[in-house]
Design a protein around this ligand. Structure first.
Ligand SMILES: C[S@@+](CC[C@H](N)C(=O)[O-])C[C@H]1O[C@@H](n2cnc3c(N)ncnc32)[C@H](O)[C@@H]1O
Length: 260
């Protein structure tokens, strides 16, 4: 399948950086996924993890007894997932494809998950619609991603500038209301949609994870020095032990497919 520019940028970026997303990465803490999956009452079945990265979510689901299919646009990320699965003696089916077109039959999965990736997608609406299509009736959809509360335009503009400079494959953090509307419009009933702060422990580490170009690091440090009050307050931008830290607003959206 031909990729669009946004998808190609993600494939290139994560193809280069896959080794940064393994065990020591903050995404290795899957307590957010565990808490959400517990609410579904599912204790097995079929799960599709979209944009699996180094596979933290997929591995957790496999450990819980799900039959997991994990997919990503970047082959190198799937390779990292395969290595981690082998190390843990877990079986996961791995497929390379974009999130916006899911190559599975209708009503194939009990659960579709997607964690910390939606902000890279060229068409989040197509991703949600495809997720709903491949979910079984009464299946569950779990989205976790960096997000912007509604009605925070200055904070939204600031974080967009920072993230775009840091990682050229960044698309856009959607607002909470946008994700909610996409889900409702696609035939999901939202069970919970919550924003919670997630600590970004060190701006310099964050640059390393994306291999940010030196000139862009300079620009981001400048943007951080001049953070508008609205953004400073929302993201709690500050210094801690000589490191620049802040708190992402992380959306956890759990929804059920309304049987047609
Ligand atoms: C931060 S990682 C995901 C982390 C992972 N879900 C976890 O729970 O640890 C983001 C992933 O999104 C993938 N990605 C970005 N855009 C994509 C797209 N349009 N389709 C599929 N995968 C995409 C990237 O290749 C990357 O592996």
């Amino acid at each position: 399948m031909e990729l669009d520019d946004t998808q190609r940028a993600s494939q290139a970026q994560f193809g280069k950086q896959s080794s940064c997303y393994g065990k020591g990465h903050i995404l290795a803490d899957v307590s957010d996924v565990a808490a959400a999956v517990e609410k579904t009452g599912l204790s097995g079945g079929t799960a599709l993890d979209v944009a699996t990265g180094a596979g933290h979510t997929a591995l957790f689901l496999a450990e819980q007894g799900f039959r997991v299919t994990a997919s990503d646009v970047a082959r190198a990320m799937l390779d990292r997932t395969a290595e981690a699965a082998e190390e843990s003696s877990l079986e996961i089916e791995l497929n390379q494809h974009v999130a916006e077109v899911l190559p599975y039959s209708d009503e194939s999965f009990d659960l579709v998950t997607c964690r910390v990736a939606g902000h890279h997608f060229s068409d989040p609406g197509a991703f949600v619609a495809e997720s709903v299509r491949v979910l079984k009736p009464e299946g569950w959809f779990l989205l976790i991603d960096g997000c912007i509360p509604d009605g925070e335009p200055l904070a939204e503009k600031w974080t967009h500038e920072v993230e775009k400079l840091r990682d050229p494959s960044h698309g856009r953090f959607l607002r909470q209301g946008e994700w909610n509307n996409l889900c409702r419009g696609a035939g999901l009933e939202i069970k919970s949609s919550k924003l919670q702060p997630m600590k970004m422990p060190d701006l310099e580490w964050y640059f390393e994870a994306a291999n940010t170009a030196e000139e862009n690091r300079v620009k981001v440090r400048e943007l951080v020095r001049n953070t508008p009050d609205e953004a400073r307050c929302l993201f709690r931008v500050g210094e801690e032990a000589g490191k620049t830290i802040w708190w992402w607003q992380r959306l956890t959206l759990l929804a059920g497919k309304i049987p047609s």
